[in-house]
Design a protein around this ligand. Structure first.
Ligand code: UDP
Ligand code: MG
Length: 139
């Protein structure tokens, strides 16, 4: 996958609260193009695998339960400097520390239910995107 791509999920809290449209508008206005997108629902096993790097941490069980609690929107986004620019747009992991105007500051419910995911590296964007979309090389 090229370096101008990232992977995102609009998390179950934001879908439940009706924020899909507002969040996609912010993503679009920031200059990201949607290359692939779907509404889906992670099983517990999907969430355990996706967040496998966090297995054993105190928040892992709550994170897996939360991420499998309802539908999500998964998407591949394209923009120059996609990874860093998207992490800036979503804000800090803990929404209490997220900068004003960021997606997490505006829409998060809690540390775990923090509205949105963004990949942290080109390598992880490829791994994470491949969870939801086949033929990633075509992007
Ligand atoms: N998380 C949590 N408590 C923590 C750290 C993380 O509930 O102390 C959750 C939160 O939903 C976060 C996800 O686990 O988005 C993955 O954590 P990571 O450190 O990778 O943060 P991110 O890359 O999502 O900003
Ligand atoms: Mg992360």
């Amino acid at each position: 996958m090229a370096q101008n791509l990232t992977f995102t999920m609009i998390k179950p809290c934001a879908v439940r609260n009706g924020h899909i449209g507002s969040i996609l508008k912010m993503i679009s206005e920031r200059g990201f193009r949607i290359k692939a997108m779907k509404l889906t629902h992670m099983t517990r096993e999907n969430a355990e695998a996706f967040y496998g790097i966090h297995a054993g941490k105190p928040f892992f069980e709550g994170l897996v339960s939360f991420m499998s609690s309802g539908p999500i929107v998964a998407a591949i986004l394209e923009k120059e400097n996609a990874i860093a620019d998207f992490r800036e747009l979503i804000g800090s992991t803990n929404p209490a520390n997220a900068a004003p105007g960021t997606i997490r500051q505006l829409f998060a419910e809690s540390f775990t239910a923090n509205a949105i995911h963004g990949s942290d590296s080109d390598e992880n964007a490829l791994i994470e995107g491949s969870f939801f979309f086949s033929q990633m090389e075509q992007f």
